[in-house]
Design a binder for this molecule. Structure first.
Ligand code: NAG
Ligand code: NAG
Length: 301
């Protein structure tokens, strides 16, 4: 289990309170449901059928063109295409009613059909994964309440993380967006490619930055502070997804070049869960070697 669930964290810092808090809500609701009906599957069925935001689709955007790594979704990772690995992980998530690969490329589509994936063709002009998810959702008839945008270049994504962000959105009606963070290594504190996040006591995002947040008075990274690293996976309320793409760029978003900031700048709420996850994104051909040796170490075939 990767999702941090309890006070097992050693630090008594108040910044941890939100992790426990969101868990306690979930546990309380589950306990109430279990008490009301002596049937274990009740709560799960309630969530999936009649519950709030119950119809959930996972979309894996996969474009062929990439300036840094053309044909990236097709690269072989220990003998299997990367897109297949990501898809297999997504299929293991219990909250997803459907998993679809959204692509602009016939070769990718053909290969995905061969390993049994559901594929939807989207246009080559999609500027980003969010736009591709939006187009895919339109083509599929907008029959879903929640859309999870699963990055095709995270072949080791844990299904528990997908389930975690979906559940976070289902129990937080005031949020339109959910995402995940993990502990930031102090040595990555000043790396602008590592996006940091700060949250309030209830686990709602306050801000994301390429800079170090919070910023210690000493001007240095505080090795004791539990800084949070943002992970690329996100889920949206399906109605909000339509609005998201249409929101004009905002000043903080443009300055940091972080798309999700326009959600916060427009006053929408975003729920954040904390998970244990070592990010092993594949951005360059060199990353393939790294991930393969890691998988060998972890005995993943
Ligand atoms: C800054 O970091 C140091 C450790 O490097 C820590 O002792 C201190 O409490 C932090 N905050 C402030 C305001 O100095
Ligand atoms: C994606 O690209 C479109 C078109 O450039 C842009 O309007 C939109 O803000 C971008 N981001 C999202 C989240 O849709």
């Amino acid at each position: 289990m990767v999702v941090c669930t309890s006070g097992s964290e050693s630090s008594g810092s108040t910044s941890k309170a939100w992790i426990v808090h969101s868990l306690l809500i979930g546990a309380a609701v589950a306990a109430a449901a279990a008490a009301a009906v002596s049937h274990r599957g009740f709560f799960r069925r309630l969530l999936r059928r009649g519950g709030y935001r119950s119809r959930v689709i996972g979309i894996i955007p996969a474009r062929f063109a990439s300036s840094r790594f053309p044909g990236k979704p097709l690269v072989q990772i220990l003998g299997k295409p990367m897109i297949q690995r990501t898809w297999e992980r997504a299929k293991m998530a219990s909250t997803l009613d459907r998993v679809v690969i959204a692509t602009d490329d016939d070769t990718i589509a053909k290969l995905c059909h061969e390993f049994g994936a559901d594929v939807v063709m989207t246009s080559e002009t999609c500027k980003n994964g969010t736009e591709r998810c939006n187009e895919a959702l339109d083509k599929l008839g907008n029959d879903y309440d929640v859309v999870v945008n699963i990055q095709g270049d995270e072949p080791l994504i844990e299904p528990e993380i997908i389930d975690g962000i979906v559940k976070a959105l289902q129990v937080s009606p005031d949020a339109v967006f959910s995402t995940a963070v993990t502990s930031l290594k102090p040595e990555d504190g000043t790396d602008p490619n590592r996006v940091k996040c700060i949250v309030d006591n209830n686990g709602y995002a306050i801000y994301f930055s390429r800079g170090l947040i919070p910023y210690n008075k000493s001007g240095k990274v505080n090795p004791q502070f539990p800084y949070l690293l943002h992970l690329g996976i996100q889920s949206y309320d399906a109605k909000f997804l339509k609005i998201y793409g249409e929101l004009a760029a905002t000043p903080l978003q443009s300055e940091e070049d972080l798309e999700q900031l326009k959600v916060l700048e427009n006053g929408y709420k975003m729920k954040v869960i904390k998970v244990e996850h070592d990010a092993h994104g594949v951005d360059t051909p060199e990353d393939v070697d790294k991930i393969e040796s890691l998988m060998r170490e972890m005995n993943i075939s």
